[in-house]
Design a protein. Sequence first.
Length: 178
Amino acid sequence: MTFIKRAVASAALGLVLVLAACSGDEVELDQTQQAVAVIAVTPITWNVIGLDSNDVTTGPATYQVGVRVANTGDAVATNVTATLSFTTANAFINVSGPSAITLSSLAPGASSDVYFNVAVTRNAAAFDTSRGYIITVAGTRVHDSDDALATRGLRRAPGVAEPQRNLVDHRSDRGQRG
């Protein structure tokens, strides 16, 4: 057989194999599925921070903002990084320390809590203000998911640390008066 006849015969054989695969005859194809990590993020801290309204120079001014990062997939997630970013402006509320925290790995079914320190500037003008934020989580072999972020806002709770909080009510809860 000449070279041209062999090429035509090989091409015809290849076409027959392709047509057989597409003709409805059962052809087993080796299907493989790659395991992936799926990340879920759940807020785990209160969303309220603030200063003592009696004296802004005393009491706490740094608060933890945290999320639980869980791997609900079937593969190990590596280089998992949680990042806190602000979505609104407020000069009185800022991250104190790193705004990104990396976990070396997260096994399937495992979870880890991640905390960021957020500081309120000791200034009375910080009262009754807020600042929106988002915590995003990404990693190697991690499936993109809307569950991999937590969007919230930091705010000062109404009535917390108000000057009247130190008043003592001496009334009896039995309805009797002395």
